[in-house]
Ligand binder design. Structure first.
Ligand code: FAD
Length: 394
């Protein structure tokens, strides 16, 4: 459904809107300008119309204005509640506080927990959920993304959340677009920052764009819920400070009209490199500034000495010095350690996108103007090999 409205009384059929539309979503039919379904609401036609006959005004009111509250999909794996679910609920609680500070109205955080248990629900509450909706149904237990989407959509249509967040995991990336399509709303994938705008109250969804060369902030003014997926490790897990006494856990029924399109017989785990750079609480991240592969053992020794894991920038993976499982950044892994020591890394935007969740960053670089120092809490300008050797000999 398009939100573009054409006032045919004012329209003089000059066709300037047809020429302005970048996706050919306008056409002449029966002597009138009509809007096709492929309209993406870019509003180029609104600007092009010399008579002010085209507007987006009705689109802004197209959603159900009872929409309120922030929902998130809490992913569960064979080993329990995924850490990213706690990251998402912590962020949702922060956004709810921002929304409340803006409007003065309570904004509730609801976690959707498919096939979980009471312990997982309590964990979500301890990270900031005001309520948990769960469902223990055979279709959800098989991990069928269609089933998860059907359950979520039925709840959204009944209760109208304002914001709906998903983890940008393999299954989150499958379920979220299915929900967005069924709900007729937008979806911003792989966000690295989320904020409630003080003026409009809209969710500002920021993600890398154009190959990571700039950060784009996207809003969804014309439909609800405002939907985003969020990468793992971007937001820290926080525990709620207020008492969670009034938090509720409610069973939400699975839709009776769901017809499965597939039958899942088994879920096979792909054998993978066992190293998980996202789990380290302390992390040493090395870049091209370490000079050569032969300096890697020195960096490993340093990391071991301080009890840290080892991560790297992308060029080290491309050069075959390190495995991909160690890569940090936009096309690698997002990490959120308590302490990150960045060694010989310039701090390109694609690298910084992966370390935004780190609590404290110490950077070592010979170039005092390297962008990494803009992200660091402490910096050492100097040769990293000497700095690390000095440390190890003390
Ligand atoms: C679409 C896209 C996705 C990308 N994804 C990622 C990603 O996920 N992760 C990632 O890391 N990159 C990614 N990149 C690449 C990114 O743009 C940078 O090229 C990369 O991060 C640079 O790595 P680096 O800092 O190790 O190397 P360089 O940019 O070469 O920087 C080396 C740094 O070391 C310093 N240095 C040199 N000698 C010393 C010394 N002796 N002691 C101390 N410091 C020294 C230099 O001053 C310099 O700042 C991506 C790029 C694109 C286009």
């Amino acid at each position: 459904m398009s939100g573009i409205i054409i006032d045919h009384e004012k329209c003089i059929l000059c066709r300037k809107c047809l020429r302005a539309c970048p996706v050919s979503a306008l056409e002449m039919a029966n002597g009138r300008i009509c809007v096709k379904d492929l309209c993406n609401l870019c509003t180029m036609c609104v600007d092009a119309c010399p008579k002010g006959a085209i507007s987006l005004a009705a689109a802004e009111a197209a959603y159900d204005d009872r929409s309120s509250g922030i929902w998130l999909y809490a992913q569960v794996s064979e080993s329990g509640l995924c850490k990213v679910s706690c990251e998402l609920v912590s962020k949702a609680a922060e956004l709810a506080a921002e929304a409340k500070a803006r409007s003065g109205e309570l904004c509730e955080v609801t976690a959707l927990l498919p096939s979980g248990d009471a312990e997982m629900a309590s964990e979500l509450i301890s990270c900031g959920a005001d309520s948990v909706l769960y469902c223990d149904h055979a279709y959800l237990r098989t991990g069928d993304p269609d089933a998860a989407a059907a359950w979520i959509v039925s709840l959204v249509q009944e209760r109208h959340p304002g914001i709906l967040l998903f983890p940008a995991t393999v299954s989150g990336r499958e379920i979220a677009p299915a929900c967005a399509a069924m709900l007729g709303t937008g979806l911003t994938a792989d966000c690295t920052s989320l904020q409630v705008d003080r003026e409009s109250g809209l969710l500002h969804q920021t993600r890398p764009a154009f190959g990571g060369n700039l950060m784009a902030t996207i809003v969804c003014p014309g439909s609800r819920p405002q939907m985003a997926t969020v990468r793992e490790g971007v937001f820290p897990v926080r525990r709620r400070e207020d008492p969670a006494g009034s938090a509720t856990i409610e069973e939400a029924p699975f839709p009776g009209n769901f017809l499965p399109r597939r039958s899942i017989r088994a879920v096979l785990q792909e054998a993978a490199d066992s190293y998980d750079v996202t789990k380290a609480e302390k992390l040493v991240v090395v870049g091209r500034g370490i000079g050569s592969k032969k300096n890697l053992p020195l960096m490993r020794e340093f990391a071991d000495r301080i009890g840290a894991g080892l991560g790297c920038s992308r060029p080290l993976v491309e050069a075959g010095w390190c495995e991909y499982s160690h890569q940090v950044g936009q096309t690698g892994h997002s990490v959120a350690p308590k302490l990150l020591i960045s060694i010989g890394v310039s701090g390109a935007i694609q690298h910084l996108a992966g370390i935004a969740g780190a609590e404290k960053i110490i950077a070592i670089n010979t170039d005092a103007k390297a962008p990494i120092f803009g992200a660091a809490d402490y910096g050492i300008v100097g040769d990293c090999i000497s700095v690390v050797k000095d440390f190890l000999t003390k």
